[in-house]
Ligand binder design. Structure first.
Ligand code: PNS
Length: 172
């Protein structure tokens, strides 16, 4: 392995991304400049009932990540640290929006460190313009008829509008 290859830093940005928001996208944009390779990876969680299927979430992420040549979209199940090791990643990237995120992230970080001390979790603070956005709230606001066009990329908005239109036509 050349010295250049040995120094390449691969980071995993894991999450549910149901759906991807402008907050996630901002983190992808900023971290793609910090690491040689960024793997945005969707947790395949059978226990959760997502709004979007894994395939839909993958498609939307790929669509919004096209502008970033060092960003790859993937999915995983099982332990995050095992997946990171398989993918040759030394870093797990997470975003923190507010103090309320901190406790959950702290627990995960310590657990992951205990499972594999060689993998570091790196946090980026969310841009203040996006610090109030969560996938959960986006879905709720949309379901109740609110405008989410400034919260999610067009690839997501179009799909959500399409879903809603489908539901209306089904109920006629
Ligand atoms: O977007 P989310 O739901 O906050 O992401 C949570 C995620 C996917 C990062 C977390 O649930 C995860 O890493 N799951 C994989 C299972 C695992 O490794 N658990 C033990 C360490 S906490």
């Amino acid at each position: 392995m050349s010295q250049q290859q040995a120094q390449r830093v691969v980071a995993i940005y894991p999450g549910s991304f149901d759906p991807i928001t402008y907050g996630h996208l901002d983190l992808i944009r900023r971290s793609s400049g910090l690491f040689d390779r960024l793997i945005v990876s969707i947790l395949r969680n059978e226990a959760k009932q997502p709004l979007f299927s894994l395939e839909e979430r993958t498609d939307m992420l790929r669509e919004v990540a096209t502008g970033f040549p060092n960003v790859e979209v993937d999915s995983f199940d099982g332990l995050l640290v095992d997946y990171a090791r398989r993918r040759g990643a030394k870093v797990v990237l997470r975003g923190i929006r507010a103090v309320s995120d901190y406790e959950y992230e702290l627990q995960m970080t310590h657990m992951n460190r205990r499972l594999n001390p060689q993998i570091e979790t790196v946090f980026l603070m969310a841009n203040d313009a996006y610090s109030f956005i969560s996938s959960k709230l986006v879905k709720e606001v949309f379901r109740l008829g609110g405008d989410i066009s400034e919260l999610v990329p067009p690839a997501v908005l179009d799909r959500m509008l399409g879903m809603a239109a489908h539901r209306v036509s089904d109920s006629r």
